[in-house]
Design a protein around this ligand. Structure first.
Ligand SMILES: [Fe+2]
Length: 190
């Protein structure tokens, strides 16, 4: 189940909201300009290619492209392997967007498998959205946020872009992200 947790940004120890109710989550996020939708899950091979994921969700993907004007779409997969090489790759991938940043593009993500947490820092509050398979979440351009895929990333997700460069993060150099529960902690808290 998708989980939304909210705190004041000065008080990571006190949750002001914790909900797994999809409608309540969508309502809360709507106030931030964030779209949250659920799509029915389709069958995918164990390690799907980008093309296979996009083909499985063609109809939904095309709807998002039409509505939001995206020009580029791809799918990425992470599946834990028992090797030092994979652990290093996973660590680097996790680190990349693990502290507060903004982009000048929207960040739309659909989770076809697995999970990840988007943290949105807006108006003195931190919203952690633990997305699971079937969830589509949009982070509006210029929204301060970070993303945690956990210490053992395991997901298949579709990404949408308005240009060819992908997301270029502008990092804020704050330690806010370190103060709030991580992906691993939120997963364990349910
Ligand atoms: Fe981002």
């Amino acid at each position: 189940m998708t989980l939304l947790t909210v705190w004041d940004d000065t008080d990571p120890d006190t949750e002001t909201l914790r909900t797994e109710d999809a409608e309540e989550i969508a309502d809360e996020l709507k106030q931030l300009g964030v779209r949250f939708h659920r799509w029915p899950l389709r069958d995918l091979p164990e390690l799907p290619s980008s093309e296979q994921v996009l083909a499985a969700y063609r109809e939904e993907v095309d709807r998002v492209i039409d509505a939001e004007g995206y020009i580029k779409v791809d799918a990425i997969s992470m599946k834990p392997e028992d090797s030092d090489e994979w652990r290093e790759k996973a660590r680097a991938a996790r680190e990349r967007f693990l502290s507060e940043h903004t982009h000048d593009d929207d960040e739309d993500r659909f989770f076809a498998r697995g999970a990840g947490v988007f943290y949105l820092h807006v108006d003195g509050k931190v919203y952690a959205v633990l997305c699971e398979a079937g969830d589509l979440l949009s982070v509006p351009a210029h929204t301060t946020h970070w993303f945690d895929m956990g210490t053992s990333p395991d997901f298949v997700s579709i990404r949408f872009f308005h240009d060819d460069d992908g997301w270029i993060g502008e990092f804020l150099n704050t330690d806010t992200a370190e103060k709030f529960p991580s992906f691993d902690e939120l997963m364990a808290s349910r």
